[in-house]
Design a binder for this molecule. Sequence first.
Ligand SMILES: [Zn+2]
Length: 346
Amino acid sequence: METASWLEEIQAALQAASSWGEVEAIRVAWLGRRGRITEALRGLGRLPAEERRSRGQALNALRQAAEAAISSRLEALKAEAELAALARERLDMSWPGVVPRVGRLHPVTRVRQLVEDVFLRMGFSMVGGPEVESLWYNFEALNMPENHPARDMQDSFFVNVPGMVLRTQTSPMQIRAMEAAQGRLPVRIIATGRVYRRDDDATHVPMFTQMEALVIDREIGMADLKGTLLLLGRALFGPETQIRLRPSYFPFTEPSAEVDVTCANCHGSGCRVCKETGWLEILGAGMVHPTVLRNGGYDPDQVSGFAFGLGLERVAMIRYRFDDLRLLYQNDWRFLQQFGRGEDGW
Ligand SMILES: [Zn+2]
C-alpha cells in the first residue's frame, strides 16, 4: 500500500538529514499545513464511506510513525552534537595548572607597619611632612647652623631652589610637630618617610626610610627613652631582646646615644653577623637639645623630651637576615617573595 512506501521515503530522507533544519524541512513537507500526509487526510471526505475508514486508519498510523521517526532523528542529531562538543572541548587533566602570583608586602613596608603598630598602641600619633625640605627645618632648627660640621657628614641632595634640600632625615618633623602642637603637652608623634643622602654601598642606599619619634612633656627623662626603646626592640626582634645605650653625639640631642640590640642571630653570644660582639646597632637617640625645644616654641626650663631616628631598611636586614641593603630596591621577585606573608611567617 501507498502509506508503507511513504514511510520508507520519510525514513530514508531522515537518515540523510544531518541538521535540525533539514529534519524540519522534512516535517513541513509531510506533516505541515500543505504536507503530503495532511493533504491526504484532508482528501478522505471525498472517498466512498467503506474506503474512507481503512484509508483513514492507515494515514493516521503513518502520521504517528512519521512523527516518531522525526523526533527520534532529532534526538540522535542532538546526541551527535553533544559528543562533538565534548571532543572539541576535551580537558586534559594532566596539564599543569595556572598558579596566580600572589603579591606580598615589601620587607620595609612590613617593618614600618610593625613599628607604627607599637607606637600607635602607646598613644603616639602619626604625622607626615615634605620630602623637599627647607634648610631651616632640615638643619638650622635642629641646631645645625650653616658652618656646622655635621652638615658635611650628611652629603645632601640640593634642589634647584635656593634654601631647599631633599630631606636628609625625618628629624625636621620634630620641629614641624612642635609648631603644630603650639605649646600644648604632651607632644607624642612618630613620622615615617623617605630620606635622601649621597651614599651607595652594601649598607647604604641614596634613598632610605626613616622613622622618627618625639616625646615632649614635663619631666621626661632618659629612663622614659630607654623603656620605650626596649619595648620597640622586643616588638621587632623578639621578647628576649636586650638593648644598650652607648654615649654618642648628635647636634639635636643632648645627651645622645647610639642604641644597640642583642644580635637576633646569636642572641648575644657572638657570631659573624654581629662581628662576634653580640650586639647590633639599630638607631640614634637622645634627649631633645634645649635649642631644638626653643626652635619648636617650647621652654627648655619647663619641659623636656626625647627623640630617636630609626632606619627601617637596617631593621629589615636584621629581622630578615640578609646582608646587602641594595637587594631591597632591585625588585628581584626571587628575593622579595620570601617576605611579607604576614605575622610570623614573615
Ligand atoms: Zn650575633
